[in-house]
Design a protein around this ligand. Structure first.
Ligand code: PAN
Ligand code: ZN
Length: 195
C-alpha cells in the first residue's frame, strides 16, 4: 500500500466510489435477532436472504493517525414495520468519533452511549452527522423506494464492537406507521442482555 495521496471519484448517479478496495455485503441473515418481528423475519428469510446494505471501503492500515473512508448504500424496504437498517456498533476503541455525510436518499441515525443517552438524527441529501466518541450508531433507510447512501470517515484504529448491540439492541426503533417514520422505545431492549 503506497503512502501517496488518494483521489477517488464518486459515481454521480449512484454515489459509489469508482475505485475501492473492500466491498462488504450484508444480508438478512447477518441481522438475525435484530428485527423485532421475528415471524416476518423468518418468513422473508425462507423466501430469500435478501441483500440489505453494502459498504465500499478504501483500505488503509488500521493504525492511529490513519482514517478509514468509504460509502455505504442501504437498500430500501421493510421487515415487518421496521425499515432496512445496518447492524450498528460501538467502536471497540470507545473514544473514537465518526462523521457521516448523506449523498443520496433519506434516513435516520440511531445513536446511543453507554450512559443511556439515545438520540435519533434525521438525514437527507447534504446532511452531516457527527458521531462523538462513545456513541453507538446505526443507519436506517426511511424511504421505501430510494437507496440511502452516505460517506463515512473514522479513525482507522477504531475497531468495531458489534456484540453489545447484537445482544441488547438499541434503545430506540424507527418504524413505518401510517405512511411515515416514527421513533419508538424498543420494548425488547432491557430483556436483551443489558448488564
Ligand atoms: C460505517 C459502517 C457501515 C456498515 O462504515 O460500518 O455503514 O454498518 P455496520 O458496520 O454497523 O454493519 C461505520 O460506522 N464504521 O465505523
Ligand atoms: Zn462506526
Amino acid at each position: 500500500m503506497s503512502d501517496l495521496p488518494i483521489s477517488v471519484r464518486l459515481n454521480p448517479e449512484t454515489g459509489i466510489p469508482e475505485q475501492y478496495d473492500n466491498h462488504i455485503q450484508r444480508s438478512l441473515s447477518d441481522l438475525k435477532g435484530q428485527f423485532q418481528n421475528e415471524v416476518e423475519y423468518y418468513r422473508m428469510m425462507a423466501e430469500e436472504d435478501r441483500l440489505l446494505y453494502e459498504v465500499y471501503e478504501l483500505s488503509r492500515p488500521h493504525v492511529s493517525g490513519e482514517l478509514l473512508t468509504g460509502v455505504s448504500v442501504i437498500h430500501s424496504g421493510l421487515i415487518g414495520d421496521e425499515f432496512v437498517m445496518t447492524k450498528g456498533h460501538f467502536h471497540e476503541v470507545l473514544e473514537t468519533a465518526e462523521c457521516y455525510y448523506c449523498l443520496q436518499g433519506q434516513g435516520a441515525m440511531v445513536l446511543e452511549n453507554p450512559e443511556g443517552d439515545c438520540v435519533v438524527e434525521p438525514m437527507q441529501e447534504g446532511s452531516i452527522v457527527y458521531i462523538p466518541p462513545r456513541w453507538a450508531h446505526r443507519a436506517v433507510n426511511t424511504s421505501l423506494k430510494d437507496k440511502f447512501v452516505f460517506l463515512f470517515v473514522y479513525p482507522a484504529h477504531s475497531g468495531h464492537d458489534y456484540g453489545t448491540i447484537e445482544s441488547r439492541g438499541f434503545r430506540k426503533l424507527v418504524l413505518y406507521k401510517d405512511g411515515e417514520a416514527v421513533i419508538v422505545e424498543n420494548p425488547g431492549w432491557s430483556a436483551q442482555g443489558s448488564e
